[in-house]
Design a protein around this ligand. Sequence first.
Ligand code: NAI
Ligand code: 15L
Length: 269
Amino acid sequence: MPSPRTVLLTGAAGGMGTLMRDLLPAHGYRLRLLDLRPVEGEPEAIVADLADRDAVREAVRGVDAIVHLAGISLEAPFEKILRANIEGTYHLYEAAREEGVRRIVFASSNHAVGFTPRPRGDDPLVPVGTPHRPDTFYGLSKSFGEDLAQLYWDRHGLETVSVRIGSCFPEPTSVRMLSLWLSPADGARLLHAALTAEDVGHTVVYGSSANTRLWWDLGPARALGYAPQDDSEPYAARLLAEQGAPDDDDPAHACLGGHFVTDPPLWPH
Ligand code: NAI
Ligand code: 15L
């Protein structure tokens, strides 16, 4: 597949969308932006709801690939998740199929496997083949997105890299994030690898930096050509001093999903 150049970035007004708008052009992309909300400083961005099938189809027309970040990114009532994340992602895949787009990079989440126990001591890293164990309706929608991607590869030959993102923020802000942090620069490196690797079919990878305290296997992401440059370790001493080491008996520290398994943060809108 020739390297994608024009890429639709959905969720462009969000936290990660804002970071990737800054970082992806340096990897050679021309971005077309879409979000439910206006994108600050980007008057040409498409303001559309993923529920609007006509708008979504028009938005994907003529792009080489899609980075799909749009959706509800925390826990919410099932009806809201259904509309934005499940039906919305289906609309995007249908539009991509109809318009002949060859590659989607899907922002899955660690919360698709959030109830997976976190490794301790000498336990092996969590493999991508671990069963789905969503910790919320939100995580369930990411499990659905991965299965939808598999269906569109098997039935229609539309390729996807599903990236189970850990925590993509400018800095890690919790002890848990020391294991899951994806630095913005590594996030852009990983999206670039996912957009350009050959013959991905539907590939699932974990998305984090090369953290010293890693919980999961970055091998499948590296196999795409991803070479992470960052590690959360320089933040460890401060975060551990402020927050203390995780209590092994606390259920909020027992699983990959952290506090999403006990007390998930709610989508504010
Ligand atoms: P965010 O909540 O900051 O941004 C999501 C964007 O999607 C928002 O700008 C929102 O307006 C837009 N959106 C929501 N519903 C929409 C709809 N129906 N139609 C069009 N746009 C809609 O989330 P963030 O942190 O930027 O995450 C981006 C993606 O990556 C999300 O899908 C999230 O689930 C996923 N992810 C993010 C992680 C992170 O650490 N930031 C970790 C794991 C997954
Ligand atoms: C996610 O999936 C969320 O979208 C993000 O806001 C963070 O909470 C992240 O997971 C995390 O687990 O830290």
